[in-house]
Structures are given as structure tokens and as C-alpha cells.
Design a protein around this ligand. Structure first.
Ligand code: ADP
Length: 495
């Protein structure tokens, strides 16, 4: 067997401890696969106030107490706590970065009640990045790779290439930076820059980490990581070639194109598969697909919609933000609801979409069910009980729900962008193995047509069943993607 690698995997969200979206699912599942391939991968995330120490068996580590972390002129003291993520075969070490002043709070990025970003998010994530490196030193564990995720970890590659560059402890460590969503960049005023402790000359637009007169954490990761990855091939292409998707960083990404890779996220089928899902009322497989109906009944009940075995249900589980295409749905809402369908929607997010959705369910109480909360069990029931799943995203780096849907035999209707395009095969394509319905243009009419196409197709029971089986048989497990990452890790270590 070839040499095993050591990797620190660092993320602000990790399932089951802290989650706002897909990043947490990835950060909880991917390291387990890398561990199964025999590599020493360990996770680091902040110890948020809401993460229960008893619930997750989190313990203090005496020798990792009071680690000095410089933040601006001050030095904060952080400690590391320890736990594991385990499956039947392996255990992955999880370190919690405990700095109560910054992280002993009820939210990850914002206070749950006000929904406003914490005003010290700059200091919080400067401390996290700097503290990660100081922790390694105290721990005396020198990984081959530090794998960073999204802007919250974006300063680490810059630290490795500057302050820590000549430190023999760090100078062989290579960094990978994964972009999960380029639209969230971690941009802070220039006054935050001094708090990073980075050399002055890095505050420039061309070769540094400034955007205009601000500091940009995402840019730092892209500029300085040895390798950059993102979560689908199509998104890698989109963000490096177009102003619309590049969010101001497309030119830099184009410059780094040789070191930018699109690797599709996998999904964890031990959690998201109707044959083992313990959160749904009735488990089923592609051979017992008729049992999916029990979930449909339970879903209608959960949303207080009248019983109806025949009308197709379209499900949505989503953050209610511009990215996800709710403006398109709003434009065609009445036409849509007048079609032969029912809609169930679970989401949290922007007030304007909450208002729109609440009004829609009040107007059509027998056809539209809306729940404006975060509810994992209900998310599983929507996957299992719906007939179709809608994701009309403006952009979608990878998207997980469409992949989950396919495994649940719930046919996705998606816009052909990013990972949605890479994972769904259109039913009308020449390939007879269609798994869903796609539309190209970001336009409400195109969306409506795709939904009508799906509803028509649903009438043909035989063709529909075949598609359901095709969708359920798709394999997007982590195995393939994990192998691609291991190849990349090895490649940068040779450099
Ligand atoms: P993103 O990361 O952009 O939010 P993804 O499709 O990649 O989108 O991942 C979303 C993840 O968050 C899925 O696991 C989905 O089930 C979950 N999710 C989103 N909103 C909710 C909600 N209101 N309740 C429960 N789960 C949710």
C-alpha cells in the first residue's frame, strides 16, 4: 500500500455538530471516506455554544489548553476539545477550537433571533485560522495537507505562505482550498486587516487579498492555496469564465485555472437512502417502490393538506435566498398552483420570500404547504414523500438535495447550472437513462415549461416508473470523489 497521508480538514460547519447548509454535510461525510482509505484525517471546527458537550461526548484535552492566538494587538487564549465521528468501520478525530469569547454563541455566523451577522466575524475567523496553525504546533502533529473550506478558513493559505513560511514545522505543509459557494466571500473593512497580522504588502488587489478597499478572505484562499477545488466541474468552469458566476474573482480564478479542479461532492447514503432512513415512516427500495406512497400520505398530513394519492407532489427544501430561484417561482406562482399538483416547501431565510410563501399557502390551503423552519426529519420526509423535487437555482455549486431526491425516487426538476447540470440527466436527452427535467435559461417561463413537461410525463405511469428506477440507481457516493481528492493530495506533495 502506498504511503498514508495526514490531513487536517478545517471547516466552520460539520454535521452532526453545526450546520446551515451543504458544507456541513460534506465536512461530516468526506473525512470518513478518506479515513476508510487508510489516511489520517482529522477535523477542526469551532466549539460553538450550542454544541452540547454531553450529547457529543466532547472532552477537554489538558495539554491543549490556553494556546495563545494573536488577533490584532491582543492575544486570545484558545483550548482544544476532542470528540469523534464514527461509523461501523472507522473513527475520525474531531478537534473543537474553543475560544468562548468568539464562539460561545447560539449561532454560527449570526444571532438566530436578529439574523444579523455577528459584528466581530472578522476577528472570530481570524482567530480560527491563526488558531488552527498554533494548535498544530502545540499538538506536535504535522499534517501533510491542510484542507480548508470556504472563506472562514481562507486566511490559512496566506499564513502558510507568509508568517509561517520559514518555520520548519510548517514549511512542508501544503494547502487545499475548496470553494463551496463563491458568493459568500467574507469581505471586511480595511481596518480588519491589521488584526490578521499578515504583512502589509499583501493588502493589494493584484497579488494579495484585497478587494477594493476591503479585505477578502475567500480571495486569500484562492490566491495562496497550493490547489483550489470546487464542488462540480461545471461550477469550476462557470466561476473561472464568467462575470456573472465569478463574483468579482473570475479573473483571479482564470489566472489560477491550472490549479483549479472541479470534483463533485458525494453524498452519504448511510443517512440519505430510503432503504435505511430511520427518519421516514416507511422505508423502501427500487423494488418496493409502491411503499413510497405511505410517505406521501404522511407528508400530506404533516403539511395539513387533504389526503390524495394521485396528484403529484413537488417538494422544495431550501435556504430562502436569491440563489435558489424563488423570484422565478414568485413570477409564475398562480399559473403553477393552477396546474394539477401540490407543493410542499420547507425553508428558512429572507423575509421577502417568507412573506411570499406564507401568502401563497394561505391563498391555496389545499394545494400549498409551507413550513418556515429548519427541520431535518421533515426534510427526509419531503425527499421520501414527494414525487418531484424542485431546484430552479440561479447558480448551484453542487447541490445535494437533487442528489438525495434521485436516491428517494423523487424526480428532480432543475436549472442546468453548476452541479445540478452535472448530476441530472434530462429525460428528453438522447440518452434513454434520464433522471430528471432540466431547463437552461434563468427565466420563469422556462421553469414553468419544465414543470409542465414533468407533469405530463408523470401521466405515463410506465415511463415514470422507469425513470424513478433510473434515478434511484444513480451512484453519487463519496468513494469516487474521495479517490480524486487523494490523487490531488499526492500530486501537490510531489511539487
Ligand atoms: P446549500 O448548501 O446551498 O444550502 P445544498 O443543496 O448543497 O444547498 O444543501 C442543503 C442542505 O441543507 C441539505 O442537506 C438540506 O436538506 C438542508 N436544508 C436546507 N434547508 C433546510 C431546512 N429548512 N430544514 C432542514 N434541512 C434543510
Amino acid at each position: 500500500m502506498s504511503k498514508s497521508l495526514s490531513i487536517l480538514y478545517i471547516s466552520s460547519e460539520v454535521e452532526p455538530f453545526a450546520k446551515t447548509g451543504g458544507l456541513a454535510d460534506v465536512a461530516g461525510a468526506f473525512p470518513q471516506l478518506i479515513r476508510e482509505f487508510g489516511h489520517d484525517i482529522r477535523i477542526l471546527l469551532p466549539k460553538y455554544g450550542f454544541v452540547g458537550e454531553r450529547k457529543f461526548n466532547i472532552y477537554d484535552v489538558i495539554r491543549l489548553r490556553d494556546i495563545p492566538v494573536p488577533v490584532g494587538k491582543k492575544t486570545e487564549l484558545a483550548s482544544i476539545k476532542s470528540s469523534f465521528i464514527a461509523n461501523q468501520r472507522i473513527k475520525v478525530q474531531v478537534y473543537f477550537f474553543d475560544l468562548p469569547k468568539f464562539f460561545n454563541r447560539d449561532g454560527i455566523y449570526y444571532a438566530p433571533d436578529s439574523k444579523k451577522d455577528y459584528p466581530d466575524n472578522d476577528e472570530r475567523f481570524i482567530a480560527f485560522c491563526r488558531g488552527a496553525l498554533e494548535t498544530l504546533k502545540r499538538l506536535g502533529w504535522k499534517p501533510d495537507i491542510i484542507h480548508c473550506n470556504d472563506w472562514q478558513t481562507g486566511l490559512i493559505p496566506a499564513y502558510l505562505k507568509t508568517i509561517y513560511k520559514d518555520d520548519p514545522f510548517f514549511n512542508k505543509i501544503r494547502s487545499v482550498f475548496t470553494i463551496h459557494n463563491l458568493a459568500y466571500q467574507g469581505i471586511f473593512p480595511k481596518s480588519s486587516y491589521v488584526k490578521t497580522g499578515l504583512p502589509k504588502e499583501l493588502f493589494n488587489e493584484d497579488s494579495g487579498i484585497a478587494t477594493g478597499d476591503s479585505i477578502n478572505f475567500m480571495k486569500s484562499g484562492i490566491q495562496f492555496a497550493d490547489i483550489i477545488t470546487t464542488v462540480s466541474k461545471r461550477y469550476a468552469e462557470e466561476i473561472s469564465t464568467s462575470d456573472e458566476f465569478g463574483c468579482g474573482l473570475n479573473n483571479l480564478l482564470k489566472k489560477r485555472r491550472k490549479n483549479l479542479y472541479g470534483i463533485l461532492n458525494g453524498v452519504d447514503y448511510s443517512v440519505w437512502d430510503p432503504s435505511v432512513d430511520e427518519l421516514i415512516p416507511q422505508q423502501y427500495t427500487s423494488k418496493t417502490i409502491q411503499e413510497k406512497k405511505e410517505n406521501k400520505r404522511a407528508l400530506l398530513q404533516a403539511f395539513k393538506l387533504p389526503p390524495d394519492d394521485d396528484t403529484p407532489i413537488i417538494g422544495i427544501i431550501s435556504r430562502l435566498v436569491d440563489q435558489k430561484g424563488f423570484d422565478l417561482i414568485e413570477e409564475i406562482a398562480d399559473d403553477l398552483v393552477n396546474l394539477e399538483l401540490k407543493l410542499v416547501i420547507l425553508g428558512t431565510g429572507e423575509r421577502r420570500y417568507q412573506t411570499f410563501l406564507s401568502a401563497l399557502s394561505l391563498k391555496y390551503p389545499d394545494k400549498v404547504g409551507v413550513k418556515l423552519t429548519y427541520d431535518n426529519t421533515l426534510a427526509h420526509l419531503i425527499e421520501a414523500g414527494s414525487d418531484m423535487f424542485l431546484m430552479p437555482s440561479r447558480y448551484e455549486p453542487c447541490g445535494l438535495n437533487q442528489i438525495y431526491s434521485m436516491r428517494y425516487g423523487t424526480i428532480p426538476i432543475v436549472r442546468a447550472t453548476g452541479g445540478l447540470d452535472d448530476t441530472v440527466i434530462d429525460i428528453d436527452s438522447k440518452n434513454s437513462k434520464g433522471t430528471g427535467f432540466k431547463f437552461e435559461k434563468y427565466d420563469s417561463n422556462a421553469l414553468l415549461k419544465a414543470i409542465e413537461r414533468a407533469l405530463n410525463f408523470y401521466q405515463d405511469e410506465k415511463a415514470w416508473s422507469k425513470t424513478v428506477i433510473n434515478a434511484m440507481e444513480q451512484d453519487f457516493s463519496w468513494k469516487q470523489s474521495a479517490k480524486e481528492y487523494i490523487t490531488l493530495y499526492k500530486k501537490i506533495l510531489k511539487k
